[in-house]
Design a protein around this ligand. Sequence first.
Ligand code: V47
Ligand code: SF4
Length: 401
Amino acid sequence: MPTAAKYEQSHFFYSTIYTTFATLKFLRVISTLLKNNDKAAELIYIAEKVAANERISDADALLLYEKAELGFLGTLANAIKLKKHGKAVYFNRNFHIEPTNLCVFDCKFCSYSRTLKETEDGWFMTKEQILHIIDKYEGQPVTEVHIVGGVHPKLTLEFMGEILAAIRERRPDLHIKAFTAVELEYMCRKAKVSYKEGMNYLKEHGLGSIPGGGAEIFADEIRAQICADKATAEQWLAIHQATHELGMHSNATMLYGHIESFAHRVDHMSRLRALQDVTGGFNTFIPLKFRHEGNAMSSIKELSVIEDLRNYAISRIYLDNFPHIKAYWPMIGRQTAQLSLAFGVNDLDGTIDDSTKIYSMAGAEDQNPSLSTEQLVSLIKSVGGIAIERDTLYNVVNRWE
Ligand code: V47
Ligand code: SF4
């Protein structure tokens, strides 16, 4: 037998033995975790599916939300993450621009938006002001600009196309990740174009991909209470589908920890998983913890860190076709972000460096969200991760070993 074929055969043999051994060991750990637990049989069945690389059902996910303890979820989610990414933890060097906080919509959880007439706390940047921010980063090794904000009648498809083109001209190396599906739905509706036409127009002017905001919780009965007047779940999904069909990627978020039930969270992730099966265009899933300061939902108590970690883990276990799960550190704080890396998360967003107000105005941990690359690398290394700087599309820029 030729040497390469021999090697392949023995490699296959040893890797099969290793996988079988690791799976048995893994299931033994799980059984120990579940000792004295009367729900053990149901949960072991889910662990067996995960060990066999099988997809878990919506009912399984609901059971995990209702019954599974943190240690159990962490063991499963971490095993999946290690299999997909080893110890790699991704981040990028990015900055945010929020052109305006004036918004035609009235989401009850939003602490940052103001009505079009509230000029006192409101801001609206001119094209020159936006480009001035871009120019501040000249010569700096940032790879992405993230642009989102309020939905304003003056921010038309045409105007935004102009801004994108001007950014691309100044910084052709910069990936422009911009506009939530909510902003895009409004722009396309006002311009009377289909989502495909609108997204293609923006792509031709320099748009690289779209962020995951505006998804909140897809169920109509929840949207009716927290964000009644903006893009529906169907519109959000259709815009992401059109984006993927044009060859661009996008992210997906879920705003959790307010009035939704576990079943609503499962339904939300189920719709995302189904679209991802069709297009494969989502890069990252980002659970966003509801923060209650300064908004119309302030009377709702915020969830505990334990619930945050359970939620990260379940999303990693359920969303088997999403390559990355991201913890957005400005929202949950640096320590919880570090902890999340043991619960299925493999991405910490970026250096951010900005004047981001969406989260600081809602009571986020980090009132001035900015980390240097060295700080971010050190956060990752101190919990045993290998820090990998990526670009928006997860191409490796630098391994910070
Ligand atoms: O859709 C608003 C959320 C989102 C609150 O794609 C709040 O890489 C918690 O989606 N408590 C916009 N969350 C931001 C967003 C995002 C952020 C970082 C990275 C990416 C990405 C996307 O912010 C909104 C809403 O779900 N949000 N208010 C609040 N009080
Ligand atoms: Fe407007 Fe977005 Fe705030 Fe909703 S979340 S009010 S769409 S800025």
